[in-house]
Design a protein around this ligand. Sequence first.
Ligand code: DGJ
Length: 726
Amino acid sequence: MAATFDVGRGIFTLTTRNTTYQMMADSFGYLLHLYYGAKTAGFTDWGLTFADRGFSGSPYELGRDRTYSLDALPQEFPTQGTGDYRSPMLVVRDSEGTCGADLHYVSHEITEGKYSLPGLPAVYANPGEEAQTLAITLRNERLGLNVRLLYGVIPDKDIITRSVIVSNNGEKAFTVQKLYSSCLDFTHGDFDLITFYGRHAFERQYQRHNLKHGIFSVGSRRGMSSHQYSPFIILAGHDATESHGRCWGMHFVYSGGFCAEAEHDQYRQTRLIMGLAQDKFSYELEPGEEITGPEVIMTFSSEGLGKLSHSFHACIRENICRGKFRDSPRPVILNTWEALYFDFDGRKILDVAESAKALGVDMLVLDDGWFMNRNDDFRALGDWKADEAKLGCTLSELVNKVKSIGLDFGIWVEPEMISEDSELYRGHRDWAMVIPGEKPVLARNQLVLDLSRRDVREYIIQSMRGILNEGVTYLKWDYNRSIAELYSHEGSNGKLAYKYILGLYEILERITSEYPGVLIEGCAGGGGRFDAGMLYYTPQIWCSDNTDAVDRLSIHYGTSFGFPMSAVAAHVSTCPNHQTGRITPLSTRYTVSMTGAFGYELDPLKLTDDERREISRQIQQYKVDREIITSGLYYRLSRPEDINRYCAWEYVSQDGSKALINAVIPQNHGNMPVIYITPRGLTHGAFYRDIQTGETYPADALMDSGFPLDMPKSDCESFTLRLERV
Ligand code: DGJ
């Protein structure tokens, strides 16, 4: 059993292949966290300590006993007003404005299968895959407030999930001011915190620092998970490396604002919590109402960061992503954005399609600029009708023409937005989130639609049907600004940020179930909404608007800690690069873009014959390697401090019989030291043949001391080694 309860001790145990999680409902009814670490038998309540702690309050029931304080004990669901002064997961304000809700254990239930969350994305168990759910109910009598803590266990993947449902079972309304979904309390230990920061066109940069006393937090107030901080964090022992040491990860399955806090307190205890952003959040619950905190996926690894990433990769790939394209090969794409921007007509699109077809591309994706009046980014968002004058035909005729060339047809949309200069805005000004009496905040000249409204959601779904019914089999679903104003003409503005995301998920759920054959690529000005919530609906996401091969190294590096490469959309673009002006070899652009969602974003009509031949070879090779890239085990072979010198990564097939190793040396220097790459994950004792040269190497020596890269002859050279076990 993955979830058990020991009645005598009040201890809950969650067990996965390599980990154990324990908590205890103690004699006062408090739910104390005991352990999350390497798999163990027995109980771990001996780890709790009790002492008289000055200025740390005790529950009233203890009378004169001052040795029990929630300020010093590890908890599962810390709330405000209990004498625990660390950061809480729940803050509730009653109708008089009083905050505080002491929660006590009431009951629990263990069921087979993994829970799901109505209206929210969540990890699911596959048919035949072992999974269990533990639901623990806590209660505050004064408010009639019930909390249902949900724990999901997928033992074979070393995954434990958490979510929480807060409900008002009382007689008066109260307001939820803060709601987090997951907490890990550590009674001792010094840790590093790893987070991923960035900006538009430079997302998910790795940052690791020693956690000191105080609170360090990352999050997003932007209504989207954001370019600036990823909703994914890791706590690691100081000595944790890629292949050694203890580390814990939390991954938020949510696409809106979030916050993650790491607190190192007075007693050198550490608390890691994650949940909904508090900013502009104020969620009133009338009697009978409830709110669900989105899911957090957790894993623990005692074998370093590489293993932690493998657990998250497998979970996201197989238990979050859904639909036909979860497992089937993704098409090689030619996207028109960096090739043509807004400057095209129907003839040009067909010429590009013919040229792309000859290269071996599978699908043409017509990016922004195809609908009425959309010749720049000042107008027309919301008016999803093809510009037939520009295209020279209807959308369905264009789709059919491209199909007759032998390519599938995909198209760009940005359904959540509205331009002031649009038919939609002229007809429905109240659909935009603008605060009456204030001037709207414009970003990329556009406003955000109020997705909490049913009529808006219906309009978007109907507009997408209008496009998909023309034979389009792929949508690039873009989102090019953050939310600044939360205002709905239908009210409830404290709920709006959350309801917006629920509205988005409803739209995506309905479209993906109505059109199961359609592949949707997520996008938000590149990787501004690169999160596990979006991946539930869109199995791949445009990773960054930055297509420069050198900048993409650190973007892919950071992304790979939490996300599988099958989710990462990356395209070979032209040189000089449009974002950085850098010139890199076509071969290096290919090596870096060779991920699970690969394509080109350049004008094929402008290629030289040599480039055309090289691209044809690349596409053929990609189709050979695609399987290992999308379903193999991914290893980072360089450390963050190495990246400016070299960046190397490896894919190993699940059975260990094949490996694909890539490396890029961004800068060449005079008389350079030789760079050695040390692969991992090969079969001990086995020999591997270099497919290209036929040379054979012992796996153990390769994994121990590495192999030398050839000396580069210029900047930005890349190297690929394909190994096969003999
Ligand atoms: C932002 C995206 O990230 C780009 O790839 C492109 O689709 C533009 N939007 C189009 O407006």
